[in-house]
Write a protein that binds this ligand. Structure first.
Ligand code: UDP
Length: 463
């Protein structure tokens, strides 16, 4: 009798539960990944967010219909998605979300969950998957270089010296200028000081527990792409026990192609009227803030530079608005990718969140970096010293901890000067990276192929 090949028991669509760390950058990266996935296969994705985030996301363009928002109760001390107290916030993310997430995916969702895609910063999601026999894919929405640093954090002398506790400022200062490569191979050109704000995070130990959990993960996904961090990615592949897939940049094409115009889009009309590459776009992130004094200096410096600018500032500041007058446009929020890809944009003053950095790479826009916290110094170092597509403002900070308006005016003017030697070089390199990003994601490119293999392996491992 003829033996039949076993029929595949998994019927499409494959049901995935996706969960991100509750912050804009993480949620955007996860959402973009899910949309990309839904474009490449037959998936039904339950995108799990807290109630708070569900209401924030309701004003975004809706994702494709196969991606559905599902909520867990608000268990994180934050307001409109932002933490009042960073340490308490991070602590709650590590301890309060596991139970409601597990309850949701096992008791509340109509269809059984076949796989989980979770943010690397949520080790408990891997625990839930292990307990329930559901494969977990871990998505790291930041630079692979930053992953490599955190995953090998115990090799840094500063932590050993401080006995695993938050190290003293002296202990940090002692190895400030050392190349990280000296302790952790594959991290050129990062420096120890690029991790300074990381050392000071109180629940760091808890966060670092994410990394051993990767042993139980099905695979590790990066929103980076191979040529951006090839040496680092190779060193990660050699170190972690699961397959590694760099699949970025995950560009939110579904939003990008969204043609619905809202009244907030007046900034696009404004951009249409400006000269090619003449406008500086400014956004210092959705999560952290710089001081009011710095904002005012920035405003005065921008006006003095006589460069046109579009500035995303969440909090309305009458003083800043008064200084700016008609020299530039201030908006509370914009569709950043659309803005970055607009022909009038010639530069991006950024806090170097990883999504923003990737979006600028994709758009081919040079960056002026103003890193504030966590991975941003690492990203800034990559922008300035590895890819050479911009310059850092950090060195311009004065003794009072602020960059003065005169300094800002000078650097902004030089940075945006279409004839300047340095700025020409930045633009040339940015164009090369833009092309590399397109090559990676086009059919047959490194990220495209990584995603194909990921989908194949995922399907093969489903029950
Ligand atoms: N963003 C946006 N409009 C804004 C400000 C931010 O669309 O006015 C998006 C931006 O495109 C990026 C994300 O919000 O995708 C911010 O993520 P990032 O990692 O850059 O920084 P974070 O805000 O998480 O520090």
């Amino acid at each position: 009798e003829e033996v039949m090949a076993p029929t595949k028991t998994v019927q499409p669509p494959v049901h995935i539960a996706a969960i991100a760390h509750p912050g804009r950058g993480h949620i955007n990266a996860m959402m973009n990944f899910c949309c990309l996935l839904s474009d490449r296969g037959d998936f039904h994705i339950s995108f799990v967010v807290t109630e708070e985030w569900c209401s924030i996301l309701s004003s975004d363009p809706p994702p494709p219909s196969c991606v559905q928002l599902c909520t867990i109760p608000n268990c994180i001390p934050s307001e409109r998605g932002r933490a009042a107290d960073m340490n308490k916030f991070l602590e709650a993310v590590q301890t309060k979300m596991e139970e409601p997430f597990e309850y949701l995916i096992t008791e509340q969702l109509e269809l059984p969950v076949q796989a989980i895609v979770s943010d690397t910063y949520l080790p408990w999601a891997v625990a839930v998957g292990s307990r329930r026999g559901i494969p977990v894919c871990s998505l790291f929405p930041m630079a692979a270089s930053f992953f490599r640093a955190l995953n090998n954090y115990d090799l840094l002398p500063v932590v050993v010296a401080a006995d695993g506790d938050v190290p003293t400022a002296d202990a940090i200062a002692e190895f400030n200028d050392h190349p990280l490569e000296q302790y952790i191979p594959g991290l050129h050109p990062l420096r120890s000081s690029d991790l300074n704000t990381v050392h000071a995070v109180k629940p760091l130990k808890k966060i670092l527990q994410s990394f051993p959990w990767l042993k139980k993960a099905q695979c590790l996904l990066f929103t980076s792409f191979y040529v951006l961090e090839s040496v680092t990615i190779d060193s990660i592949k050699a170190q972690v026990p699961c397959p590694v897939y760099p699949i970025g940049p995950c560009i939110p094409y579904y939003r990008f192609n969204d043609k619905t115009n809202t009244d907030q889009d007046h900034y696009l009309t404004w951009l249409d009227k400006q000269q090619k590459k003449s406008v500086l776009y400014i956004s210092l992130g959705s999560f952290l803030s710089v001081s009011q004094a710095q904002l005012e200096e920035l405003a005065s410096g921008l006006v003095a530079s006589q460069v046109k600018f579009l500035w995303v500032a969440r909090e309305k500041s009458c003083r800043v608005q008064k200084i700016v007058g008609k020299s530039g446009l201030i908006v509370p929020w914009c569709e950043q990718l659309k803005v970055l890809c607009h022909p009038s944009i010639g530069g991006f003053l950024t806090h170097c969140g990883w999504n923003s950095t990737l979006e600028a790479v994709y758009a081919g826009v040079p960056m002026m970096t103003f890193p504030i916290f966590w991975d941003q110094d690492v990203d800034s170092r990559l922008v300035v010293e590895k890819w050479k597509v911009g310059m850092s403002l950090k060195g311009k900070i004065g003794k009072d901890g602020i960059i003065g308006k005169e300094e800002i005016a000078l650097v902004v003017k030089a940075f945006m000067d279409l004839d300047g030697d340095e700025s020409k070089e930045f633009r040339k390199e940015a164009l090369k990276l833009k092309e590399a990003a397109r090559n990676a994601t086009d059919v047959g490119g490194s990220s495209y192929n990584s995603l194909s293999i990921f989908i194949e392996n995922l399907s093969a491992n489903l029950h």
